[in-house]
Design a protein around this ligand. Structure first.
Ligand code: NAP
Length: 489
């Protein structure tokens, strides 16, 4: 039998998820793998790029230009994208084991952590995941409604970059968001928003905040928005002072300088403001039919056994009059059918990227790997996924070299595609996605935006079918690219 990874016997790898970690995995596999690695990337949405499309804030267009790198990775002759195909529904774990030598889970962290306080279920209490998905035209969140037209003051719980994104989008004057790729319905709703004050709550102090200085400075540069910080709350407590003196940390120190600057800044009185509060935790969301207020408790820091400074409640409480509460306290992974999952950590258990099943002795499962947030937890920026996927690909290639990926009969791509065609006729290829991309850019051009996203799966598939039909007409400039989506409706 020919060696695995040659043209006669390609190494077949499925990547589940098409965010940054999935793309960097494909890149490493093609750059460092054997002569012939066929990479098939799946996504449950017809559109690729995960959080780059559905998470990165619309006013961060430069960050999104990383998709050009992903286009280049997708241009490899042995790369295929199968969008609109859901793992566990359209293709199962057993299918992938039969059709691939290796599977890499790159599904990210789809849901969010909860505060676990009374009133969290009330209308007007939302997760950042919902709001971010909504303003980014994610089909899962497209149908949500937020009480933007009624709430003058809102709270964002959390001190990470997602909290900063939310504060910026909620406080920005609509002109600052027009000309971005924000969902059109979100721009309309934000244009009619009554929100004039966004209060961001950190449960620990300014020296422990998770946001980065760039994001912290950005809120101070928003046109027509004041940033207010109580000087008493940026003054460090004795334990934080000790840590700051002992442990150098440039990022932390630049945050502290920026916050001190905000504390001294006289308000311009422009009518919109972001208030940064520290050492406060929400304890109860008030209201009967909807959010009407938030009870917060003042915290103090103590040194835990591991040396970290943690918050603990004092008796001091206050009630904030607020119309909405957003929790931006971290994302959370969800289990995939047939794949081990650690519910406590919200991750697929793994050893350096090899999936392990603690219930079965903790040995690596042959041919199963994991990358990105579902591997290491919801931490890090886009670039963090490069070394992360490198580690996993190194493990995969080591297993290949040791003969651990060898299977007697893995059918070829044509067989897989005919199975897909039976199960999910309207799967979307990368060429299809490029047509959707072109359509979104054209729509955007009409309203002075980089793109106007489709936010419903049926809408994008329909538009794609029509565009392909147009391209098939004689004199249109060429045949439609190969794929399976027929015009509908
Ligand atoms: P994060 O950076 O982990 O921040 C989570 C925040 O929530 C922390 O301040 C944490 O406080 C707080 N928190 C957790 N549980 C809480 C609770 N029960 N009550 C009150 N506060 C609570 O997570 P993230 O903001 O979701 O961001 C995820 C990753 O994406 C990060 O690595 C981030 O840098 C990245 N990201 C980057 C950008 C960008 O580059 N512009 C934008 C968005 C996201 P403690 O520290 O006390 O736990």
């Amino acid at each position: 039998m020919a060696e695995l990874g040659t043209a006669e016997r390609p190494l077949r790898v499925a990547i589940i998820g098409s965010g940054p970690s999935g793309f960097y995995t494909a890149e490493h596999l093609h750059a460092e793998g054997p002569a012939c690695v066929q990479v098939d990337m799946y996504d449950r949405l017809p559109t690729p790029f995960g959080l780059v499309r559905g998470g990165v804030a619309p006013d961060h267009q430069k960050v999104k230009s990383v998709t050009r790198v992903y286009d280049r990775i997708a241009a490899h002759p042995e790369f295929r994208f199968y969008g609109n195909v859901e793992f566990g529904r359209d293709l199962t774990h057993a299918d992938l084991s039969a059709y691939y030598h290796a599977v890499v889970y790159a599904v990210g962290a789809r849901t969010d952590r909860r505060l676990g306080i009374p009133g969290e279920h009330l209308p007007g209490s939302h997760s950042a995941t919902e709001f971010v998905g909504w303003y980014n035209a994610h089909p899962d969140h497209r149908g949500l409604a937020f009480r933007l037209a009624e709430a003058r003051r809102v709270v964002v719980v959390g001190n990470g970059n997602v909290a900063m994104d939310l504060a910026r989008i909620l406080a920005s004057p609509p002109e600052a968001l027009a000309g971005t790729d924000i969902a059109d319905y979100a721009l309309r709703a934000l244009s009619e928003s009554a929100v004039r004050e966004v209060v961001v709550l950190g449960r620990r102090g300014p020296a422990q905040a998770a946001f980065t200085t760039k994001e912290l400075r950005e809120i101070g540069e928003l046109p027509g928005v004041d940033v207010a910080v109580d000087p008493g709350e940026v003054a460090l407590d004795p334990l934080s002072r000790t840590d700051v003196a002992r442990r150098p940390d440039r990022a932390r120190d630049r945050n502290l300088e920026t916050l001190a600057g905000y504390a001294e800044r006289p308000p311009a009185g422009t009518g919109r403001r972001i208030v940064l509060r520290f050492l406060v935790s929400p304890v109860e969301i008030l209201g009967t039919e909807r959010v009407e207020g938030l009870v917060v408790e003042r915290n103090e820091l103590y040194r835990a056994e591991d040396g970290a400074l943690r918050p603990r409640p004092t008796e001091a409480r206050e009630t904030l009059d607020v119309g909405m509460v957003f929790r931006a306290i971290g994302y959370q992974g969800t289990p995939l059918p047939g794949v081990p999952f650690d519910p406590w950590a919200g991750r697929i258990p793994n050893a350096g990227g090899r999936v392990i099943d603690p219930g079965r002795g903790g040995d690596p499962l042959a041919g199963e790997y994991v990358v990105g947030w579902i591997k290491r937890g919801p931490q890090g920026i886009i670039g963090t996924n490069k070394p992360d996927s490198q580690e996993t690909v190194d493990a995969l290639l080591e297993d290949l070299a040791a003969g651990r990926l060898d299977k007697p009969a893995v059918p070829g791509r044509a067989v897989l595609e005919s199975l897909l065609y039976e199960r999910k006729r309207d799967y979307v290829s990368y060429e299809d996605w490029q047509l959707i991309d072109a359509l979104e850019r054209e729509r955007g051009g009409e309203v002075g935006a980089p793109r106007l996203k489709f936010s419903r799966v049926e809408e994008m598939l329909h538009a794609l079918g029509e565009r392909k039909e147009e391209l098939r007409r004689p004199g249109s400039g060429g045949p439609a690219p190969a794929s399976s989506v027929a015009p509908s409706g």
